[in-house]
Design a protein around this ligand. Structure first.
Ligand code: SF4
Ligand code: SF4
Length: 374
């Protein structure tokens, strides 16, 4: 693929968005909505958050004005691509008895393919993680329909937030796996332009159709400087050496009570996490209409009912639920899927209403290992 790089102007990016739209893609990308940078439908460069950055730290999020016109000058959007690939609520089937005979209807899939514009390296890793869970074993048909044919246009991150720790999870801030996306862009701000490389044949074909110029040594040097600056700007880190085993070994350590002391069990972290995939399937019956909808909705290990077995829930206390969440992300996910359940995007840190930071929780367990029973 085209790893040497081409240069695309801002107008060229606009043409790219418009041409893939014209090809029938639903283009999703970042935009400012209600003082948040959210992922929404995009029809051109004018929809992108020009000159808007973000401030994200434990329990806090705000947008900020930048002094440049960067289109991707923020860390991660205030929601996830998961919302579109694995939506919060999906109707699986409906059963009606219009004339006494049961009719089962499976809702039609939206067959318009999606193009995801501005995916960060960490979020590409999240998609790969979801692929392992939802495609590689027993494929989830809804996820497979949405994910197959999705066009991925990644943009390297040059402004990590205080919540981010992608380097510790080896997922970012720069896209390293060249085939992880169809196109990979690096935004260069001195003369506003994009260094662009293709990661797949589809990306290469798209690139062929765009007005680009060959990248100069100066372009490549500018991108390398920016990459280094992004890595240097990461303030949060986590030593994951031996962490998966440690979390299992320390499951009865009383320090978990302190770690989860302020947790509200609200489940925000699981809703914002791009890799969490737990769902509940419920029937919504309308007796008067003679109809029953079977609906799948996001669920959370912080729900009391989540661990309900015959006779009651096995994780009644909040610390036991917090331990479940943290241990699954950083430990038992490896046993299930041979990868980490955390890609270091920091969203759970930012969006926790009481500012609980998973990296600090892990560090506390690391510092108190071998100290008694919970
Ligand atoms: S860690 Fe924070 S976001 Fe997660 S359940 Fe507890 S209070 Fe809610
Ligand atoms: S656990 Fe937190 S930092 Fe890790 S992927 Fe989920 S939201 Fe991101």
């Amino acid at each position: 693929m085209g790893t040497s790089g081409r240069v695309l102007s801002v107008d060229g990016l606009d043409s790219l968005i418009r041409s893939i739209s014209a090809e029938g893609y639903r283009v999703l990308g970042p935009s400012v909505v209600d003082d948040l940078i959210r992922i929404t439908d995009i029809s051109g460069v004018a929809d992108l958050p020009a000159g808007v950055g973000d401030v994200q730290t434990a329990g806090k999020y705000a947008i900020r004005q930048r002094s440049d016109g960067a289109l991707f000058g923020f860390a991660t959007p205030a929601d996830t691509w998961k919302k579109y690939m694995f939506p919060p609520r999906v109707r699986l089937q409906s059963i009606a008895v219009p004339d006494g005979d049961e009719v089962v209807e499976h809702p039609p899939q939206d067959d318009r393919p999606v193009a995801l514009l501005g995916v960060r390296a960490c979020d590409l890793a999240a998609l790969r993680t979801h692929d392992r869970v939802l495609l590689d074993r027993v494929p989830d048909t809804d996820y497979a329909a949405r994910r197959t044919g999705a066009l991925l246009i990644a943009v390297d991150c040059h402004t990590p937030a205080d919540s981010c720790f992608c380097a510790s999870m080896t997922t970012g801030p720069t896209v390293r796996e060249e085939n992880a996306a169809d196109l990979i862009l690096t935004e260069l701000l001195d003369e506003h332009r994009f260094l662009v490389r293709s990661g797949t044949e589809q990306g290469a074909a798209l690139l062929e159709g765009l007005a680009t110029t060959e990248a100069t040594d100066e372009d490549t040097r500018a991108a390398a400087i920016q990459e280094q600056a992004a890595t240097d700007a990461l303030t949060k880190s986590l030593d994951t050496t031996g962490l998966a085993d440690l979390l299992k070994q320390e499951r009865n350590n009383p320090i978990w009570k302190q770690v989860a002391e302020t947790c509200l069990s609200c489940g925000n972290c699981t809703m914002m996490c791009p890799t969490c995939f737990c769902v509940s399937v419920e029937d919504e019956a309308d007796a008067l209409a003679g109809r029953d909808d079977r609906v799948r909705r996001w669920s959370s290990c912080f729900e009391l009912d989540y661990s309900y077995l015959h006779g009651g829930s096995i994780r009644e206390s909040i610390p036991s639920r917090y331990r479940q969440w943290l241990s699954h992300k950083f430990s038992t996910w490896w046993d299930q899927f041979d990868t980490s359940g955390c890609i270091g995007c920091g969203r759970c840190v930012t969006w926790c209403p009481v500012g609980i930071d998973v990296t600090e929780s892990c560090k506390t367990i690391q510092e108190h290992q071998g100290q008694g029973l919970m």
